[in-house]
Design a protein around this ligand. Structure first.
Ligand code: C2E
Ligand code: CA
Ligand code: CA
Length: 565
């Protein structure tokens, strides 16, 4: 009978063996540090551990480990060697082996001691592997095999400690075309793309970098500052072959990258946050492939958040008011309509629509505001009619985002019906239509509105890229010439004058109503009149007016006679 358990060396091995070491490779080191006296007493030449584990969640390429934990690596003959084999949970094989200087030293007792020791080492090593797998699944993303963000926080500590003096940058990456890959290669193709993309990144960054997947098609990377440019070049060139059901497709994988340049004392969670914030900002404003974080960007993003927060409060409390900017017929010098423009006074400070409308459009709140203004205009028209004041046609601005709402037509008609007013008093100006795609929704909307007597207008014609296609395909009633085209018409030799002249003539021939906005001088008004554009709107006649000032214009319709003689 072996007396291993009672031996001094065995007890000192157990005493020295650290129970707070969890990682697999560290456990082997731990065993190796504490087992030498016992191995010597047992007379071993060497003691080794071999693991051959297949591919699993925690080991993408399987595991092959061979470590000598005592003595020298040597080629002992079979008689000198004893090996104990254990099958691991995922179907791998763990071998614990020991060699004696001579075959006859494997006495019955020695054999029993070895079996006991091998089992014990199997338990120790097995415990480390289980801890490892647990920690792996806690710190790694199942799909991409990259780290999770929590895993990155843990793993980066080690990266920084192992590389003192190296500056690391944090890069938030969003793959731009994953939806396209999903569409073309199915969801499993998309999943494969995420895995392959991560694998490429991990390989590129090597040991001195980290890759985490935060969610969906978003990654966060830690890269040595000296390799940042190389990484950005690499990101531009990623191309993946995806094979699904035996069919292989190739995809370019463009991405948007938000960069936070590493600097002293910025905690990792702040680096991650700031890189993500920069990436989202870059995407929202389509500022190219990559952008480096600045404090100004963060301030702007915070301002947007503040605006959105305040907006929700303000709309709930009806803190918006509607001003009316008159539209005038230059020939008859009479008021022919007005544009309803929203005004927001937040705690006494005026916030310009130019500052908050683009934010609301981006954040998806613009429809709420447009409905509010439309409803308010309808209410005012209803009240004027009740007071016996004949209103003019009032236009409100609708962002094209409204067309995403499948209930738009019904919502608009419900508001009109609620106030019981005739559609002839209403006009809807559509802005930013140049990159508009959903023609069917637009056509249905236009025709239904027109059948209810409501006028539809293309706003801002001539600003940016105005599409003649759009005018041809959509049966709009009114074209509103943008201020930017009006601004230069009186300058000697201005091309804008020629353009304006032709554009107005063309629309008149197409039987469209034409109006020009931003008219500030008598010369501009005269010139427009000469080209055939008799309807104008601008500071020359009136700025946007508060409710009661505009009401006076409705009552005193000859107000404009003195402005333009
Ligand atoms: P817009 O539709 O082009 O409206 C005309 C803007 O030009 C108004 O600015 C108006 O005050 C200004 N303006 C009018 N005449 C003149 C002029 O002679 N000279 C100069 N320098 N400016 C003139 P505002 O009220 O600041 O509105 C800015 C933009 O905000 C509007 O441009 C419109 O696109 C948007 N907006 C305003 N209210 C709403 C709304 O309720 N919904 C939506 N979606 N957008 C709105
Ligand atoms: Ca407008
Ligand atoms: Ca405009």
């Amino acid at each position: 009978m072996s007396d291993l358990i009672c031996s001094e060396a065995f007890r000192s091995f157990l005493n020295d063996y650290k129970t707070d070491v969890f990682a697999q490779d560290e456990t082997l080191g731990n065993i190796s540090e504490s087992i030498a006296p016992l191995a010597k007493e047992l007379g071993y030449l060497n003691l080794y551990v071999s693991l051959d584990a297949p591919v699993s969640d925690s080991a993408a390429e399987g595991l092959l480990i061979h470590t000598t934990i005592f003595g020298e690596e040597l080629f002992a003959n079979e008689e000198q060697k004893r090996e104990a084999k254990f099958i691991t949970g995922e179907g791998g094989v763990l071998i614990i082996g020991a060699s004696m200087p001579a075959a006859d030293e494997w006495t019955k007792n020695a054999e029993e001691d070895f079996k006991l020791l091998a089992k014990l080492l199997y338990v120790f090593f097995g415990r480390a592997r289980v801890m490892n797998i647990l920690r792996y699944s806690d710190t790694h993303d199942k799909l991409s095999k990259a780290l999770t963000i929590d895993g990155l926080m843990i793993s980066a500590g080690r990266l920084f400690a192992e590389n003192p003096g190296t500056v690391f940058d944090c890069v938030a990456i969003n793959i731009r075309n994953l939806k396209f890959v999903n569409d073309k290669a199915s969801q499993s193709g998309g999943n494969l793309a995420i895995y392959k993309y991560a694998a490429k990144l991990i390989k590129f960054l090597g040991k001195k970098g980290r890759v985490a997947r935060s969610d969906g098609d978003n990654f966060v990377v830690l890269v040595e500052d000296s390799r940042l440019d190389e990484l950005l070049e690499f990101l531009k060139s990623v191309r993946l072959d995806i094979t699904v059901d035996g069919k292989t497709m190739s995809f370019d994988m463009p991405c948007s990258a938000g960069i936070f340049k590493g600097r002293d004392h910025t905690p990792l969670n702040a680096m991650i946050y700031k890189s993500m914030l920069t990436m989202n900002y870059l995407k929202d404003y389509r500022l190219g492939d990559s952008l480096v974080y600045t404090e100004e960007i963060e301030e702007q993003v915070n301002y947007y958040k503040k605006i959105v927060g305040r907006f929700k409060e303000a709309i709930k409390n009806k803190q918006f008011s509607v001003f009316y900017q008159p539209k005038v017929d230059v020939e008859t010098k009479t008021l022919i309509g007005a544009e309803a423009l929203v005004r927001w006074y937040d705690n006494g400070t005026f916030i310009s629509p130019m500052n908050f409308i683009p934010i609301l459009e981006r954040e998806g709140y613009i429809s709420t505001l447009d409905y509010f203004v439309f409803d308010k205009a309808c209410e005012d028209i209803e009240n004027w009619l009740k007071q016996g004041i004949e209103p003019v046609r009032i236009s409100t601005n609708f962002s094209k985002d409204n067309l995403k709402n499948i209930n738009l037509i019904q919502d608009v008609l419900d508001i009109v019906e609620k106030h019981g007013i005739d559609g002839k008093y209403l006009e809807i100006e559509f802005t930013e239509l140049c990159d508009f795609k959903d023609m069917d929704a637009m056509c249905a909307f236009i025709h239904t509105m027109q059948s209810h007597g409501i006028t539809i207008t293309v706003d801002d014609f001539g600003k940016g890229y105005s599409s003649f296609d759009l005018i041809r395909m959509l049966d709009m009633n009114v074209i509103k010439i943008d201020k930017s085209l009006v601004d230069n018409v009186c300058r000697e030799g201005s091309a804008d004058k020629v353009i304006l002249d032709h554009v107005v003539r063309m629309f008149i021939e197409l039987d469209k109503e034409v109006i020009a906005e931003g008219v500030e001088t008598v010369e501009q008004a005269r010139l427009l009149e000469k080209t055939g554009c008799k309807h104008v709107q601008g500071y020359l006649f009136d700025k946007p007016l508060p409710h009661y000032d505009f009401e006076r214009r409705l009552v005193t319709r000859n107000y404009y006679e003195n402005i333009i003689k």
